[in-house]
Design a protein around this ligand. Structure first.
Ligand code: HEM
Length: 206
């Protein structure tokens, strides 16, 4: 068996997959509530009434779980000068010309953009979702705010769904990534190739 490197703890993995399940339930029920063309999707949560009742509660649960997940990786997602250099040379990277590139840490610039897109869209979904949560909170807000919140909720939901489609595609595309989130370890070859800065740090610590 080739050398393995620890990438995620069991707590991080359990939280990630819990968030993923909540996200799918929210995306499906949210689309069902958004347009009649998607109404058939409401069957996943037991019909229109149950989708309407459960969607906001699952949303609050996801926001809480994501908050703890995001706090754990906040520092590693700060965009650095090395990331900007990497971004400038994206054309070369796609052609596999990787000589002289700064070393990538635990996450690359694409993963960092995904992280900040999710932080922003989930925060906006939570705040706007509370303002349109009938009958509990909506009466406390002026109608103009409620209308703006309904629009913001749809836009942020669209952005989050798009970001997650790209995330899933990238996770499958970069061979060897999925096992990091299922078993917690990646091969040393994967770590050296995709995240050499992070690999060197791990080696120094052990
Ligand atoms: C449902 C299918 C999903 C799959 C197959 C998937 C897969 C993965 C994998 C393999 C990683 C590890 C990447 C690495 O170590 O470099 C990861 C990380 C991560 N996942 Fe997911 N994920 C899914 C859903 C989600 C959802 C719904 C969210 C949040 C709403 C999310 C947020 C993240 C974040 C923030 C990271 C760390 C940064 C990154 O790698 O981009 N994931 N995911």
């Amino acid at each position: 068996m080739s050398e393995l490197v620890k990438r995620y703890t069991s707590r991080e993995r359990a939280n990630h997959w819990f968030i993923a399940i909540c996200f799918i339930l929210l995306a499906v029920s949210g689309l069902a509530l958004f347009h009649p063309a998607f109404f058939f999707l409401s069957h996943l949560l037991g019909g229109g009434t149950w989708s309407r009742i459960l969607h906001p509660f699952i949303g609050v649960v996801l926001a809480l779980a994501f908050f703890f997940f995001a706090i754990g990786m906040w520092g590693q997602n700060k965009i650095t000068a090395a990331d900007r250099e990497w971004q400038k040379r994206l054309g070369d990277i796609l052609c596999n010309k990787t000589q002289g590139l700064p070393e990538i840490g635990k996450y690359n610039i694409g993963q960092k953009y995904l992280f900040w897109t999710l932080v922003l869209s989930i925060a906006l979904l939570l705040v706007s979702g509370i303002a349109i949560w009938q009958p509990w909170f909506t009466p406390a807000f002026p109608i103009g705010i409620v209308r703006a919140a309904a629009l913001l909720h749809a836009v942020a939901g669209f952005v989050a769904i798009l970001a997650i489609i790209i995330h899933i595609y990238s996770a499958i595309w970069v061979k060897g990534s999925i096992r990091g989130m299922t078993r917690g370890t990646v091969s040393a070859a994967w770590a050296r190739h995709h995240h050499p800065g992070w690999y060197n740090d791990v080696k120094k610590r052990n």
